[in-house]
Design a protein around this ligand. Structure first.
Ligand code: UFG
Length: 327
């Protein structure tokens, strides 16, 4: 079986990717420092605990498993936190990724799938965001991911490191089998926070800003189901295996939902009220982030099947009620 090194494989998206990789016949080898991930979420292949800032440990793991490809999910990923601790984001995300990319290149691994983000585009109101859109990140998180994209291009030119860059829009939902799901401590993402408010685990959801230039005054995002997202990663791997070279793909559905619309759908799906209050804007938030690209569908053959808002919330709600991890 072909080994794939999955950094962040104990996290939300990485654990779903490991499940999809195993189902596709690969062996996902998780590399994770367990700072935000959960050992309990490593269910589909071997586990190597380690930190991307530890180059010697990375070299050891590459030597042991000889991965044919890397899927790189590990990162700090909170927009708000990145505005308060930019140094932490630059060090962990950029230095950590540079170590990983150098270790991959040195080991002879030439295939790399990278989790980037629509946050690299920044605030470009009324602009259709496709892969050729300009990138002007407005938060340190987006800036750190953009820098890693640049590093990958340089390593491709110098060392032939073929890569697929996926720029995610907002990821939601959970494995419908309930084996893995979204579990952050602390939680900062809209859908799990909403569900916490609905079932009384927190008093209320605070809407971050109601004076944006959108129809209902709240921010608009493009939500994609985590299972659809990781399916695209397996297709990205096959793209690299077939020698098609480096490519960037947006992963979104092209439909935007405001915070209030997500709340409305959650009320309908769970059949319960959503306690909420209205608060100030969160620094670093863009007004509207919606993908305007169908490149992943056209070129990778990606077909999202679970990314309706109802299915994403229903899957997240099922996991929310039944699933959790222990360290
Ligand atoms: N929001 C609230 N209240 C909350 C939490 C979020 O109103 O308590 C709002 C935010 O202001 C934003 C929307 O809900 O408008 C979504 O916020 P999330 O924190 O769930 O997601 P972000 O858009 O900030 O960021 C997420 C990921 C990033 C990724 C980005 C791309 O965390 O890794 O999507 O938009 F890059």
């Amino acid at each position: 079986m072909t080994n794939i090194l999955v950094t962040g494989g104990a996290g939300y998206i990485g654990s779903h990717a490991c499940k999809a990789l195993k189902a596709a016949g690969y062996t996902p080898v998780t590399f994770d420092n367990l700072v935000t991930g959960w050992q309990d979420a490593v269910r589909f292949g071997p586990f190597e605990q380690g930190d991307l800032l530890d180059l010697a440990r990375l070299e050891e793991v590459f030597a042991r498993w000889q991965p044919a490809a890397v899927m790189h999910f590990a990162a700090l990923s909170q927009v708000g936190e990145s505005m308060q601790q930019p140094g932490t984001y630059w060090r962990n995300n950029v230095q950590g990724s540079l170590n990983l990319i150098e270790a991959a290149a040195a080991s002879g691994c030439r295939q790399f799938v990278f989790s980037s983000t629509c946050a690299t585009y920044g605030d470009q109101d009324n602009v259709v965001l496709d892969e050729n859109s300009e990138q002007h990140p407005i938060n340190a998180y987006g800036a750190s991911k953009r820098a890693i994209e640049d590093i990958l291009r340089d390593f491709d030119a110098a060392h032939g490191l073929n890569h697929v860059i996926f720029r995610y829009f907002n990821v939601a939902g959970a494995d419908p089998d309930g084996e893995v799901g979204e579990f952050h401590r602390p939680e900062t993402h809209l859908v799990p926070l909403l569900l916490d408010a609905i079932d009384g685990k927190r008093d209320a959801l605070t809407i971050f800003g109601t004076d944006y230039d959108t129809p209902d005054g709240t921010c608009i995002r493009d939500y994609v189901h985590v299972c659809d997202l990781v399916d695209a990663h397996v297709l990205g791997l096959k793209w690299l295996e077939s020698g098609k070279g480096s490519r960037v793909f947006n992963l979104g559905t092209g439909t935007g939902f405001s915070v209030r619309e997500v709340m409305d759908h959650s009320r309908t799906v769970t059949n319960r009220p959503v306690p909420f209050n209205e608060g100030d804007r969160r620094p670093g938030d863009c007004t509207r982030l919606v993908s305007g690209s169908t490149r992943a569908e056209a070129e990778l053959g990606w077909k999202p099947t679970r990314s309706t808002m109802e299915t994403m919330i229903a899957d997240a709600w099922r996991w929310h009620q039944n699933g959790h991890y222990d360290k």
